[in-house]
Ligand binder design. Structure first.
Ligand SMILES: C[S@@+](CC[C@H](N)C(=O)[O-])C[C@H]1O[C@@H](n2cnc3c(N)ncnc32)[C@H](O)[C@@H]1O
Length: 235
């Protein structure tokens, strides 16, 4: 089994407890990060009518729900919201919620969408899991419309050994595997999270990779002492 297949299998295994574990482990703070990401993106895009928002690595559908809710609040009309993920288990949980969205089984590097058809493509806490990241970013670029926006929320590797990075490391390495492991009965999956952040990029490196694919950076914003970072880039 490839590393990518193992990751998807792991998400299938924790799908049924993912939402509860997520809310407990993040103390619900991720909601404010997601909301701000949606509002900033809508504000920057400036259109009151949008054809298609695609959320890649959609998991159980959190971002799809936020795109929909914030659009209603801001009086923006969205024709379609689609979530894509290779984990059938996560997609099943997303479908149970009866959100205003459709769901498809797909990997980041192979999206079943026409070139230049997506207005906004988001990926929240998912890019770390995409093993063929360059192919994934190129695929995002392909499916976006000219001037379409790529929105990434991610836990990037912190460059300096600041107090915030020590607190985050302690929480993610010591507390999270125990609590997440207990809630999901799968400690291995919650050991993977800090390891995947450690093996991921710093924000600066990710910006470099986005620019290599020809994206223009519009916003890089750290939340809660850089625990999480928002990237908005334009095609
Ligand atoms: C930490 S979850 C994040 C889910 C959701 N976006 C959220 O914010 O809660 C990561 C998701 O990435 C998905 N994933 C793993 N490998 C992927 C790939 N190659 N392409 C797209 N999604 C992938 C997993 O199945 C999982 O649902």
């Amino acid at each position: 089994m490839s590393k990518q297949e193992k990751i998807v299998t792991m998400f299938n295994e924790i799908a049924s407890t993912y939402d509860v574990a997520n809310r407990v482990l993040s103390f619900g703070v991720d909601k404010s990060w997601r909301k701000d990401a949606c509002d900033k993106t809508y504000n920057f895009y400036g259109k009151k009518s949008i054809d298609l928002i695609l959320d890649v690595a959609c998991g159980t559908g959190d971002m799809c729900e936020f795109w929909d809710k914030r659009a209603k609040k801001l009086h923006i009309k969205i024709d379609k919201i689609i979530g894509a993920d290779p984990s059938v288990g996560m997609l099943e949980k997303a479908k149970e919620k009866n959100l205003n969205a459709e769901f498809v089984e797909a990997e980041a590097k192979n999206l079943p969408f026409e070139t230049g058809s997506v207005d906004i493509l988001s990926i929240s806490y998912g890019l770390r899991n995409v093993m063929d990241r360059k192919e994934g970013l190129e695929e995002f670029y392909r499916v976006l419309k000219p001037e379409g926006l790529l929105v990434i929320l991610e836990f990037t590797k912190l460059q300096k050994a600041s107090i915030a990075s020590r607190v985050r490391d302690f929480y993610m390495k010591k507390i999270l595997p125990i609590v997440g492991g207990f809630l999901s009965k799968n400690k291995e999956a919650y050991d993977y999270l800090p390891d995947s952040i450690e093996g991921f990029l710093t924000s600066e490196k990710l910006v470099g990779e986005l620019e290599e694919v020809d994206f223009q950076m519009k916003e890089v914003k750290g939340y809660s002492m850089d625990i999480s970072t928002l990237f908005i880039a334009q095609k």
